[in-house]
Design a protein around this ligand. Structure first.
Ligand code: NDP
Length: 264
């Protein structure tokens, strides 16, 4: 039996095992997927190897360590500097990023979106901002502090901190911070969010399975909203495809992952 895991801290809330295990079972793949709570990210590689894993997903806050742990990076993961999927092949760790293509697919259902304001500037924003820009969206980034914005400025993104933010109209507002994950915080001061949400066409919080303060605020403006479930499913389908070496129909994988997430 092949073993897979998700590394994170916290990781208790993760639904990835439900999705992957359901797809393994329904597709007749001899695999199991479990959670590993990892305090010290520098121990990622040794834990992966000592657990005898064939592949893993990596969530907050270990994505930078996953990048460092990779012996080889695929082109997109190298470009964006963020890894959320590791696969062991011939004793080498291959690093991939499935978050960004997963997010891109997850926003397909929202129509007439051209301009996007992303809240946050962490690992997930690094990958998603790049793929969104390449797909033709105009992306602006707002973060509470300046240091992480530097690399986005270098790549030509319009960037703001709370102090120098200039309100204007954005079609889609996305929370990609971890505010609201373990706490009840908004990702930005309420006055600032109140200046952009009324003109938006939709809002997404990529945290999943929780009505976060950001989603509640967006709903109070009657905006169409979504949590991170769709992104979770789509990034999971792509990771599963790497784990199982492209042998299954991805429509079926998606169906079984969706079932695993919502029926568990
Ligand atoms: P990182 O740790 O790399 O980045 C965190 C970001 O959040 C930073 O920009 C940080 O700002 C900001 N931040 C943290 N706390 C607050 C706060 N209280 N107020 C305002 N800003 C804050 O995280 P990731 O990019 O890896 O993940 C971000 C979120 O996305 C997590 O909640 C994660 O669970 C979720 N996620 C969901 C996925 C899905 O499939 N649905 C996939 C991937 C991630 P600063 O620079 O100032 O510290």
């Amino acid at each position: 039996m092949k073993k897979f895991a998700i590394f994170g801290n916290p990781v208790e809330h993760s639904k990835s095992p439900n999705m992957h295990n359901n797809a393994f079972k329904k597709l007749g793949f001899d695999g199991e997927y479990f959670k590993i709570h990892l305090e010290d990210g520098s121990k990622l590689k040794e834990t992966f190897l000592s657990q005898g894993l064939s592949g893993a997903n990596i969530t907050v806050p270990h994505k930078e360590e996953a990048l460092k742990a990779s012996d080889y990076l695929d082109d997109f993961a190298k470009k964006v500097g963020a890894v959320n999927t590791l696969v062991l092949k011939n004793d080498k760790l291959y690093g991939y990023n499935t978050d960004a293509p997963g997010f891109l697919k997850s926003i397909e259902k929202f129509r007439d979106i051209k301009t996007i304001l992303i809240l946050g500037a962490g690992g997930t924003v690094q990958s998603t901002s790049s793929i969104l820009k390449d797909a033709g969206y105009e992306v602006s980034i707002l973060n509470r502090s300046a240091p992480r914005l530097e690399k986005f400025i270098e790549h030509g993104f319009e960037c703001f901190t709370f102090d120098n933010f200039k309100p204007k109209s954005f079609d889609l507002i996305v929370n990609m911070t971890s505010a609201g994950l373990k706490d009840e915080n908004l990702p930005a001061p309420k006055e600032l969010l109140d200046s952009v949400l009324p003109n938006a066409k939709a809002a997404i919080d990529i945290i999943y399975g929780k009505d976060t303060p950001f989603l509640k605020l967006a709903k109070s403006y009657n905006l169409p909203t979504a949590d991170g479930s769709e992104m979770l499913i789509q990034q999971g389908v792509l990771a599963f495809d790497y784990f199982t070496e492209h042998q299954f129909d991805l429509n079926l994988v998606e169906e079984f992952m969706r079932e695993g997430l919502f029926d568990s």
